[in-house]
Write a protein that binds this ligand. Sequence first.
Ligand code: GCU
Ligand code: CA
Length: 423
Amino acid sequence: MRRRTFLKAGAAGAVAVGGAAVLGNWQANASAAALDPAPTTPFRVGVRRYNWTRGSRPCTTYVYYPATGTPGGNPVTDAPVAAGVFPVYNFTHGYDSSPQNSLFIIRALAAAGFVVPAPHFQHNFGDVNNGNTSRDVSEIITRTLALNSSGPLAGHINTSIGVGVSGHSLGGMTTHGLLTSWPDSRIVSANPQSCTDMGNPASSVAAKVLFVHGDRDDLTQYSSARQAYSEMPAPKAFLTFVGGSHTSFWSDSRFPATVVDWARWSMYGDTAARDRLPSDAAGSNTRWEANLGIPPAGQRYEAENSPAVCQGTIDSNHTGYSGSGFCNGTNALGAYSELTVNAAAAGTATLAVRFANGAGGARPANLVVNGSTVATVSFESTGTWTAWSTKTLTAAVNAGSNTVRLVPTTAAGLPNVDYIDVR
Ligand code: GCU
Ligand code: CA
């Protein structure tokens, strides 16, 4: 449900628009293309101004980026870009503000290894509430990604992993609007700061969303952001500054620390950054709530249990197996064992395959996840059929159900397959 506050008195009649096609089918290979890990040392920050437009609407944008030279200090206009390929993380300022007034967060993101397009809007409430401002940000994202093709930032922008969006107040509402009423499916990470609820989460957007809000905010209601948070699917988190106002957290170093690690995790796949989040946010007068959608450790899927498929027989004649048996695949090329496994969130999963191979030679097999061959695995001899061993593989998985199939690439067939543990 949309819940109005005085900040969003405008009409709600909006048409959802998808993101532009610059990224194409990025979602299919998002995990494969993920950068890992994030840069560990900070960059100097450069900035370039672009006088973009969307139709008749000005979309003047300052693009901040990692630059060569000594870190620290103020952003340097037109500084040479640092070596590397960096993900895009937008920031949109609030009413009567500017990128230059928002360096508390822009500088932290750019210094950490992000290209940060920060529009300078002459905000008006009507345009935020009717979606024009969210659409402006979509256009700015498209223009920013296009900078990878020519000009001084060419070759330094990661255009294949999706983008992040953030913003404060009207910029936070613009950000939430991009996840809801005016969705942009390129978004994989978001950070609405001091926002209000702009609508229902759009099924076309799969983003990790971090809310930041002071619970004494008298401009954008905390309760409205809470409503937005409750409706948002995981992975998500909420950093509350207890007793905090609309802007008081700007000067609290836990704010950029948490946002930057959120961006590192969601854009670079940096799980160490993810694991730092609770401590980034901790201390007096903060509250950290998170549902990061991490699958619980040690989910086990037995090869003999439905809906698993065994092209062969379910046997129990060799001891040491788990559950009630194992899959003895027919000794033939292509005779597979398939398991259906669940993941709480899309991302890279660890698949631990337990097997026994009492034959003399290896029993190689393709690892086929959701119909795509992602690796060839050599299941070496374990000596005897009662000697079980575990092979640890990694693969990109979708949130929810995934099929994992082991397909032998020789006429010898598979080893005996006991189970897959998903971590
Ligand atoms: C033996 C063994 C089976 C195994 C088979 C094979 O028959 O008992 O469990 O599957 O060899 O070579 O695949
Ligand atoms: Ca067999």
